[in-house]
Design a protein around this ligand. Structure first.
Ligand code: SF4
Ligand code: F3S
Length: 78
């Protein structure tokens, strides 16, 4: 699944939510989160984020790796 990472914090541009065809991007506190179970991996959100905050989870840069868990924690166990 795709994961939103730290550049989103306090930016919260929101264009990704407009681009997402299944509305699986949710606002929460200082950033937005992609629901890992609802995301259909279409990649449409990736290119619209002005701060490049969205990564494919197998290609997240090491320094942003913790956001996979942060994202999972936000939604809780399935
Ligand atoms: Fe939505 Fe597609 Fe981005 Fe997943 S990859 S969050 S389905 S726009
Ligand atoms: Fe955040 Fe980028 Fe979406 S800043 S709200 S991930 S468009």
């Amino acid at each position: 699944a795709y994961v939103i990472t730290d550049p989103c914090i306090d930016v919260k541009d929101g264009d990704c939510t407009v681009a997402c065809p299944v509305d699986c991007i949710y606002e929460g506190g200082r950033m937005f989160y992609i629901h890992p179970g609802e995301c259909i991996n279409c990649g449409l959100c990736l290119s619209v984020c002005p701060v490049d905050a969205i990564s494919w989870d197998e290609e997240i840069p090491q320094e942003r790796m913790q956001f996979k868990a942060v994202n999972q924690d936000f939604f809780g166990p399935d």
